[in-house]
Design a protein around this ligand. Sequence first.
Ligand code: ATR
Length: 286
Amino acid sequence: MITGKTRVCGIIGDPIEHTLSPAMQNAAFTGKGLDYVYLPFRVPAGQLEKAVQGLRALDFAGVNVTIPHKVAVMPLLDEIDGLAEYIGAVNTIVNRNGVLKGYNTDAAGFYEALVAGHITIPQKKIVVLGAGGAARAIAFILADKRAKLTILNRTPGSAEAIARLIFKALRVEVKTGELTDKNLKSSLVEADILVNTTSLGMSPRTSDTPVPAALLSKDQVVVDIIYNPWQTRLLKEAGQKGSSVISGLEMLVRQGTAAFELWTGVKAPVDIMRKAVEEALKKNEE
Ligand code: ATR
């Protein structure tokens, strides 16, 4: 029930109709008996500044930030968390008495998904496919945890740009290359973990995959950040080889648990949130 004391959270982005976060966060608030509510707000690019001022004026507890605002929102905030600053993108804002601070729980969520899968990162050889916004967040947190990274991308220049940023910020060397079968083969032979951040395999083109099955081996943990479908062709083929796999659904849920904990200070009910996302995904598909 909404009362005069209800704290308001939400998500700002454009488009916003397909977001799964309201289902996930409201289920979590209910599960924990917290007097909070989470709403979607379509905010076109030209209205972002006013929307951020509104968060202060209306005393929101916080919001998530999604496409196209993750970078543009940064100069509008009062403080930025160190990791979000390095990554250059904010997906969560916390309002503490009118002071707005930006965080990147996409990176934290990815890391938590690995930790939950009992995967340790320091000194592991990790191949990241793709060099978009998600890859940048993931590469930063992995480099910060002292993984040995190789980034392969269709456009190798974008992978090199991320490597330069990481070196500048963390003094960690990252290898880069073009996403070709030859480069995949040579980097996967010695890799402990493979992470797909490209859109290859995402619905509706579910028969696409970034890695030919012949190049996969059971010695790698395979992580896909795609959650629709929750098990991509890449994960299915890796599973058939005997690899452990982690779906993008887990990262989606963990970025949500990290945001929930920042807003409420309460441990997030991860199983309730995962179930709510699974149900919302099913409904979106109908
Ligand atoms: P996100 O923010 O989710 O990372 P993005 O910034 O659009 O999304 O990045 C998409 C990634 O998928 C990029 O690395 C892109 O490669 P390019 O940098 O060369 O564009 C990759 N990608 C998309 N379609 C691809 C395809 N058909 N083959 C290979 N890579 C693809």
